[in-house]
Design a protein around this ligand. Structure first.
Ligand SMILES: [Zn+2]
Ligand SMILES: [Zn+2]
Length: 77
């Protein structure tokens, strides 16, 4: 039994060239990384179109996110 989702090479259609890193963070550019396929994708969905695993993406606005967490923590305390 294989629980690991495997790469079907569909991802290559959505792959981002590594050169894009030159222009700033790939995550910031809206790209996501599939750890299973080991590739950066231009893809809006949460899951990889190829293997179906969850894509890694940093939040667009890290500051807003930390502020939100701060507020939540204060509310709870
Ligand atoms: Zn793949
Ligand atoms: Zn994948």
């Amino acid at each position: 039994m294989n629980l690991r989702l495997s790469c079907n090479r569909i991802c290559s259609k959505y792959a981002v060239k590594k050169l894009a890193a030159k222009y700033g963070g790939l995550y910031e550019a809206g790209h996501k990384r599939c750890t299973s396929c080991e590739i950066y994708l231009i893809w809006d969905e949460v899951h990889c179109p190829c293997c179906g695993c969850v894509l890694r993406a940093k939040p667009r606005n890290a500051k807003a996110r930390s502020k939100l967490l701060e507020m939540v923590n204060q509310k709870n305390s």
